[in-house]
Design a protein around this ligand. Structure first.
Ligand SMILES: NC(=O)c1ccc[n+]([C@@H]2O[C@H](COP(=O)([O-])OP(=O)(O)OC[C@H]3O[C@@H](n4cnc5c(N)ncnc54)[C@H](O)[C@@H]3O)[C@@H](O)[C@H]2O)c1
Length: 438
């Protein structure tokens, strides 16, 4: 099928590449000319495992091309996927949906009467119906607009696009449903469930899923606070409750909390939308979810101060900049939040990351450490693990111990083998645990 993918950020780029890999003919539309030039040259503008090779292959197969604006070829597209950003507004918790309106307005001149507009961006419930009305008015006829929320996870984005847990289609007309069912046939043929809903349900599915995940993380982080006060071990506790299949062990590891370009803004947008709809008390608990998340980062800063007797002037190495491993996405990263708090207290902060250092150099050059973790550690009096990269799990505490100024570690993700680090002479703290140092 001929399609366009509008907005080539993390979501749009992955969707465009994955759908070309499935055999569709894809034009990616993105106003950022530098990004389009990169993509045309086969350069992925961010790090995502497996996606660089898939991009190269898709360009090679001539199924994927890019443009800064719609041209004649957009007129032949059967589906236009909206993948533009919906960031938090600058002056409130609400999602900024203005990019969607701009994208739809630019689309109208090339929109054929049969083409389906399929929104994939995460939006406040009610956006799709308003967007459909706006587009229909501009087009002078009813447009086919569907909502098809995206559940990909950065780090496993390509696999999640090709083999998702489920496909959700919010539709109001049979034509849109038929076109999208045909479009996704290569995926549903392998057994992926496809659920059709109305527009508001499809919009809400995504925000509800992310709010649930954030709540699960904050739940175990709240338990970790109690465990710290009571002398219990929240890691062992999570193992025990996670074995109950009604609870499950995923997203149940206590640590410095959630971040990224989705969970924080989606939780806030959910709160804001519930207020608009007159049901603010339904989302009241999410204020606590956010507050718990913020407190865990503050806890690391408190531990750092206790360990060093104040952090001013002290060199502190933070392991990890990305909000999670296998991405170079720095949006709302817990690691950088901790870096900022320590910096504000006068610490000399150095941040290391296996993949996100180029992005860090662009955004916070003052913190960027050496690409070599042992060089970055030179003279540090405290090491804080903030992102659970596999490379850090495999880090040799004996070798690292020869580089630092003092062997103090805070494991903010409960990733490391504490006994091993202690046997290498490190003083170790970890969230939610009561670790005895000899
Ligand atoms: N990143 C993820 O893992 C993920 C997963 C699921 C859903 N989402 C949702 O997908 C949406 C996009 O997220 P993202 O992380 O890719 O954001 P992003 O900021 O990385 O990318 C958005 C892109 O849209 C482009 N854009 C803006 N206005 C445009 C217009 N009028 N026409 C064409 N392009 C335009 C921007 O230049 C940018 O490249 C958000 O709603 C997000 O919540 C993201």
């Amino acid at each position: 099928m001929n399609i366009t993918v509008i907005g080539l950020g993390y979501l749009g780029t992955t969707h465009a590449v994955a759908m070309a890999q499935l055999g569709h003919d894809v034009i990616g539309i993105e106003p950022n000319a530098a990004r389009v030039a990169d993509l045309e040259a086969g350069r992925l503008p961010f790090y995502e495992p497996g996606l660089q090779d898939a991009l190269t292959a898709a360009i090679g197969s001539a199924r994927l091309s890019f443009a800064t604006a719609h041209g004649e070829s957009s007129k032949t597209a059967a589906v236009h996927f909206l993948c533009v950003g919906t960031p938090q507004s600058s002056d409130s918790n609400k999602a900024d949906t203005s990019y969607l309106y701009s994208a739809v307005e630019a689309l109208i001149p090339v929109l054929s009467t049969d083409a389906v507009i399929a929104g994939k961006s995460t939006v406040p419930v009610g956006t799709a119906a308003e967007l459909a009305e706006h587009a229909s008015k501009l087009a002078g006829h009813p447009v086919h607009l569907a909502w098809n929320p995206e559940f990909l996870r950065e780090g496993t984005a390509l696999q999640d696009s090709l083999a998702p847990d489920r496909i959700v289609l919010g539709v109001t007309d049979e034509h849109s449903e038929n076109v999208l069912r045909e479009f996704y046939a290569p995926i549903t043929a392998t057994g992926t469930p496809l659920l059709t809903t109305d527009l508001p349900t499809a919009e809400l599915v995504k925000v509800a899923a992310n709010s649930f995940l954030a709540t699960k993380i904050s739940f175990i982080n709240a338990v970790a606070e109690v465990a710290e006060a009571a002398g219990a071990d929240a890691v062992r506790l999570a193992e025990a409750i996670g074995l109950d299949e009604r609870i499950g062990s995923k997203f149940l590891r206590n640590g410095v909390g959630y971040g990224g370009g989705c969970l924080p803004k989606d939780v806030r947008a959910f709160i804001a939308r519930a207020e608009d709809l007159g049901v603010s008390s339904a989302a009241d608990f999410l204020h606590d979810v956010e507050a718990i998340n913020a407190r865990r980062r503050e806890r690391v800063v408190t531990l750092a101060q206790q360990t060093l007797g104040g952090v001013s002037g002290k060199r502190i190495l933070i392991l990890g900049a990305a909000f999670k491993p296998d991405t170079d996405d720095l949006r709302e990263s817990a690691a950088l939040d901790i870096a900022k708090q320590l910096d504000d207290l006068g610490a000399k902060v150095v941040v290391h990351d296996p993949m996100a250092l180029p992005a860090l150099v662009r955004q916070h050059p003052q913190w960027a450490g050496d690409q070599d973790v042992f060089a970055a550690a030179s003279g540090a009096e405290l090491v804080i693990l903030a992102t659970e990269w596999r490379q850090y799990r495999e880090l040799d505490p004996f070798e690292l111990g020869t580089k630092v100024g003092a062997k103090n570690l805070i494991d903010g993700r409960n990733l490391l083998d504490i006994a091993r680090w202690q046997s290498a002479g490190w003083h170790v703290d970890a969230l939610g645990r009561n670790i005895k140092n000899g």
